[in-house]
Design a protein around this ligand. Structure first.
Ligand code: LLP
Length: 413
């Protein structure tokens, strides 16, 4: 992705020098490229053009209203997991009939909100949830459209915290149980089966698990054809991985071909729920160096962004490339890049070859557009960062930096 690139020694987002962004909006700040987001979305949309499909952007990856609006206008539907995300997509102008609602723990209130909004379908994750959905639909005099989330027991190579499609995980129900649930749906006047769903995990770089997952839900769809004739959508979830550290990218062409060949001649329409692959490489986190500390064993570069701003390195041991915004020295030292928080786990990189930076220098933490801001917290009473969207030579604030007053607003004293 050439949208974050050096020009005359200074890292730019599209045509905007990131130094200027830091000067104008301060640090730490998340910076996104509009062109990169749209390019990632179009790569999927173009790749799937030969298959009837619906791309439901997974809001949890980056839920900024501006980004939701951008994707909605580009034609995306949305995958949501809470009443909060539903409120966001509606506020961003989404068409509710292109919204799917996933998640193992939907409350009755959240189900009501989805029913009132008229979403495309609830991705139901248990018999208990189906019961609550039926009750709420009856109470509101509506028919609830749904798909059952099948746990396909497919192993996907990824971090154990974000692998979801095996029987040991809390998500979905086994195939046999799913078929049973479709029978229950068929007997209910308040429930309508509209699809079959699965999601096998996140940051998956191999093609085969996705093909296998589609095979599994196709099998379920065929098994329930008699009892659920209105089943139209086959939702394989999200999870399409991206390179963070020079990994071999997911073979999109092969992915699309395999999906197409499986769906050709069937009555089904494919749904995908991509999050990371749309916004991940379209964002960076800008941080300023506060101090450089050296002791007998280690070097530490202390920056003004911490685990509260970008949780991924601490939580998953994730790698994010860190580069200087202005290239000054080729010298390298090996350092831990750490935040200001009072935790040893507060790091952005460990044992990393870094340029010889000084206090005041700017660093960009790359590939931070997905699961960055959305996982940020106020730990140590630190306001969450600002968010900026670049479009060509324009940089616009799409979320103001939190203020200390915001943090304490709901507290009694
Ligand atoms: N659909 C469902 C049902 C999901 O649970 C998820 C992600 C997605 C779609 C989107 O997956 P994606 O395309 O973004 O991989 N915080 C972790 C990732 C957690 C993913 C949770 N579910 C991280 O920072 O790596």
């Amino acid at each position: 992705m050439a949208t974050f690139d050096y020009k005359s020694g200074c890292l730019h987002g599209e045509a905007v020098p990131l130094e200027a962004v830091a000067q104008r909006f301060g640090t730490p700040t998340y910076v996104y490229s509009r062109a990169a987001i749209l390019e990632n979305y179009r790569r999927l949309a173009d790749g799937l053009a030969r298959i009837p499909n619906l791309i439901c952007y997974s809001v949890k990856a980056n839920s900024n209203l501006n980004i939701l609006r951008l994707l909605g206008e580009a034609g995306a539907g949305f995958d949501i997991v809470s009443a909060g995300e539903l409120t966001r997509v509606l506020r961003a102008g989404a068409d509710p009939s292109r919204v799917v609602f996933s998640g193992v723990g939907k409350t009755a209130e959240e189900i009501d909100a989805g029913l009132e909004a008229g979403i495309l379908m609830f991705n139901v994750e248990s018999g208990g949830e189906l019961e609550v959905l039926e009750g709420r639909a009856k109470a509101l005099g509506k028919a609830a459209a749904l798909s059952i989330r099948v746990n396909p027991d497919v192993v996907a190579e990824t971090h154990p915290y974000i692998s979801t499609g095996q029987i040991v995980h809390k998500f979905g129900v086994p195939k046999n149980e799913a078929i049973e649930l479709y029978r229950r749906v068929a007997r209910s006047a308040s429930l309508r089966a509209r699809g079959v769903t699965c999601h096998i995990g996140s940051q998956i770089l191999e093609v085969e698990p996705f093909h296998k997952a589609l095979d599994e839900i196709l099998e379920v769809a065929r098994a329930v054809r008699e009892v659920a004739p209105a089943t139209e959508f086959l939702d394989i979830g999200g999870g399409f991985g991206i390179p963070y550290q020079g990994e071999k990218p997911l073979a999109h062409e092969r992915l699309f071909e395999g999906l197409e060949s499986r769906l050709r001649g069937t009555p089904y329409r494919l749904v995908i729920e991509p999050g990371r692959s749309i916004v991940g490489d379209a964002g960076v986190l800008l941080a300023r160096v506060l101090y450089v500390k050296r002791n007998a064993q280690k070097n530490f570069i202390v920056v003004d962004a911490g685990m509260n701003d970008l949780m991924r390195p601490t939580l998953y041991g994730s790698y994010h490339e860190i580069v200087p915004v202005v290239r000054r020295s080729a010298e390298t030292l090996t350092a831990d890049v750490v935040g200001p928080l009072c935790e040893t786990g507060d790091f952005l990189a460990q044992g990393r070859p870094m340029p010889d930076v000084e206090p005041g220098d700017l660093l960009a933490i790359l590939t931070a557009g997905a699961y960055g801001y959305v996982l940020a917290s106020n730990y140590n009473t630190r306001p969450r960062p600002a968010e900026v969207l670049i479009d060509g030579d324009q940089a616009g604030l799409i979320r103001v930096r939190e203020r200390l007053e915001d943090l304490m607003a709901g507290e009694t004293a």
